[in-house]
Write a protein that binds this ligand. Structure first.
Ligand code: HEC
Length: 171
């Protein structure tokens, strides 16, 4: 009868000391587990904690033509050039209000004003394209900057033309 409290006390001692006795082996392992669990990526973190100061997406300027033949034709050549450059009396015989296919063929021809026979548009080379230089340079190789008697094209209009040429002046 006397042994029962003793056994209970011994059990109690083992129970309370047990984790402490295992401490040196189990403690650090347990600690590492918690640590890595804390660092584990939280798949919802992007949604629940959005960047308070996100970089604004660059908006395309609606006033800039896209670097395509149809956009340049509709937004530059027709409104800004064809008042002079149309029909049989167009300066240098250069009509810019042609349908896209004819326009592209015409732009591949040599420029009248170029002593070296530079084409109006040389696919892949804006610097070798007389028409580009005619709108880009304040003092072109021949004649005056285009559009004549009007403000120069905006930077983004010139850049769209240059980008279209550099990409190959595709239809
Ligand atoms: C007010 C009339 C007028 C407008 C508008 C005009 N041009 Fe001209 N363009 C001329 C005249 C005149 C010439 C010939 C004299 C010269 O080259 O400066 C010419 C010549 C040119 C030439 C040289 C062609 C060659 O074969 O040598 C190009 C290229 C040209 N223009 C492009 C344009 C473009 C592109 C626009 C519109 C952005 C434009 N022009 C707007 C009157 C105009």
């Amino acid at each position: 009868m006397l042994g029962r409290p003793y056994v209970l006390a011994l059990l109690w001692t083992l129970v309370t000391l047990g984790p402490a006795a295992c401490g040196p082996a189990g403690g650090p392992a347990e600690g590492r587990r918690l640590y890595t669990a804390d660092l584990a990526p939280n798949p919802g973190s992007g949604l629940s904690n959005p960047d308070p100061d996100p970089e604004p997406e660059p908006e395309p300027d609606p006033a800039c033509p896209t670097p395509t033949l149809s956009s340049l034709r509709d937004e530059v050549f027709l409104p800004l050039c064809s008042s002079c450059h149309s029909g049989t009396l167009a300066p240098e015989g250069l009509a810019l209000d042609l349908a896209p296919t004819e326009l592209l063929a015409r732009l591949g021809q040599p420029a009248h004003g170029s002593p070296s026979g530079m084409p109006l548009i040389a696919g892949g080379r804006r610097g070798g394209s007389f028409l580009y230089l005619k709108v880009f340079l304040e003092t072109p190789l021949a004649g005056v900057q285009m559009p004549k008697d009007a403000p120069a094209l905006s930077d983004c209009q010139v850049e769209a033309l240059g980008a279209w040429i550099d990409a190959g002046a595709l239809p």
